[in-house]
Design a protein around this ligand. Structure first.
Ligand code: SF4
Ligand code: MG
Length: 308
């Protein structure tokens, strides 16, 4: 609720006003048990920052995070943290290259639980089987595995503490398209087997469409539209969501220029008008002066735009 993460900007001259980059600015949403909630937007829009505040890797500047009705904003309570785990973006970088797979999967238990060696081994085998890898992988090293296999290990590792809630931060974007679907299907399968709830972060709307129940579209640190995934596809309202969707048809990603423009506007973004003003084909006078609030336009469909 009202999550913010601000970073102070270095002042070049001492008389300059102190300014902040608002990496995440007043973001509110809720995730229902058993669903997959997607956060979608270009890189740098604040998706991962939001996720890292939720799981306690980053401390929010403002705002509140509740899990199971409990305020966990500043709590480092072990049991709650164990119920939330992360599957990271890059299975090449997130596994220790010097360790064997068996140890990598076992490590969370070594850190968090007082299990016997036998119990740990049993759980490792169980989780590896669950992600579709046999015993022989235990004695291999990460470099001997394909990207897809490595991400399976990343997933097995995240499941070791029997979490209820998984943050999947771009879990397939580092993988070949041919293996992306396998990993996505595995995540879906695990969700129903283990009754997991997902926060699914992605810049890829196709992937989001396949995985998510509801979606929040982020732009420059704010949620600009939130709706069930079908509504986002069939009747996107916010001009930014429409722009995102229009890039789908050609299968193109955002080009560097747009990202560059965005970073500049992040600094310019004083919080007065609409952050999308500089890129919006429908921009009106009011948009420059007045920050549009995220408001409900129809059932379960929210958008932050003066057009509505
Ligand atoms: Fe465009 Fe105005 Fe809507 Fe912002 S508020 S997205 S500038 S129409
Ligand atoms: Mg990210």
């Amino acid at each position: 609720k009202n999550l913010c993460k601000y970073y102070p900007v270095f002042k070049k001259k001492f008389w300059e006003k102190k300014t902040y980059v608002k990496a995440v600015d007043n973001v509110s949403f809720s995730i229902r048990r058993g669903e997959t909630f997607g956060l979608v937007g270009e890189s740098g829009c604040g998706k991962s920052t939001t996720a890292f505040m939720i799981n306690g890797l980053l401390q929010p500047t403002h705002g509140e995070i509740k899990f199971d009705g409990k305020d966990i904003t500043l709590v480092k309570e072990k049991e709650i943290r164990e119920k939330m785990q992360v599957v990271f973006q890059d299975p090449y970088a997130s596994l220790n290259p010097k360790k064997k797979i068996g140890w990598i999967v076992e490590e969370p238990l070594l850190i968090h639980k007082k299990y016997s060696k036998k119990e740990r081994q049993k759980k490792v085998s169980e989780m590896m089987e669950l992600v579709g890898l046999d015993e022989s992988f235990k004695s291999r090293y990460p470099h001997e595995l394909s990207g897809g296999q490595r991400q399976r290990i990343g997933i097995a590792r995240a499941l070791m503490l029997s979490p209820q809630f998984i943050i999947a931060d771009e879990p397939v974007s580092a993988l070949d398209v041919s293996v992306q679907a396998q990993i996505l299907n595995l995540l879906k399968e695990l969700q129903s087997k283990l009754r997991l709830t997902y926060l699914f972060i992605s810049h890829d709307l196709n992937v989001v469409h396949y995985m998510c129940d509801r979606v929040g579209v982020m732009y420059l640190g704010k949620i600009v539209e939130e709706a069930p995934v079908e509504k986002i596809y069939e009747k996107a309202m916010h001009p930014y969501t429409k722009l995102l969707l229009s890039t789908l048809s050609g299968g193109v990603d955002f080009d560097e220029n747009q990202i560059f423009l965005k970073e500049e506007s992040l600094l310019e973004n004083s919080g007065e008008g609409c952050a999308f003003y500089h890129r919006c084909p429908y921009a009106m006078d009011v948009c420059k002066r007045l920050l549009p609030k995220l408001e409900q336009v129809e059932r379960e469909h929210f958008t932050a735009c003066h057009l509505y």
